[in-house]
Design a protein around this ligand. Sequence first.
Ligand code: QAP
Ligand code: CO
Length: 149
Amino acid sequence: MIKTILTNPNPVLRKTSQAVSNFEEKKVQETIQDLKETLRASKEGLGLAAPQIGVNLRIFALDVDDALSIFINPKITHFSSKTKLYDEGCLSVPGVWGKVKRSVKVVMKYYDEKGKKHKIKAKGLIAQAFQHEIDHLDGILFIDKMENI
Ligand code: QAP
Ligand code: CO
């Protein structure tokens, strides 16, 4: 189902999300479907995390180059010391864009929607998006980190 995207301020966006323990659980599979449908419907959206649709589970979706992927229990295992100020926005903070300091490269472990384990390296926009979406799972919004320049 297409869900309403929660906007700041909403306490659900500030909670620490729980790790998925059972991938077969109905709530988990429903959330995955809802993230896909809601992100596709948003058109301008690049990423969407479960708390943004009212579910405090550690799941997010990314839609890059017309490929929508699901990331479950993501954990960044390496942040490059090289950082950059990236332009960033968020569907939960509509109309606001600003600069956020992010690592240029990351290594991230996660599970896909079938429960298969992955470890991937990312740089640039994808690395930025991973960091932004994992922040959502920890109750952090990009405006908390935005620099005044
Ligand atoms: C996070 O953000 C992100 O304010 C995903 O009016 C952002 O999809 C990762 C959006 C930038 C990397 C780079 C925000 C659309 C979408 C708005 C989004 C808006 C329309 C933000
Ligand atoms: Co966001």
